[in-house]
Design a protein. Sequence first.
Length: 65
Amino acid sequence: MKKLQEVLLKNLAPDAVKKEEVDNREYLKLFLDAKRIEGCSERTLQYYRTTIEQTFACGTASGRP
């Protein structure tokens, strides 16, 4: 039983699962799609896009991903 536990822990450990990295642009697209579904106007969506993209630019300028 101990051996079974060791094998399971080794093969099912969280670090064994490959995590997919999602780019900030993909999060932005998902956010804007959700807001569009909620009924936000195109003007509001453009405001969100501009504001968030400026935030991304500030983050990369300071050395953050």
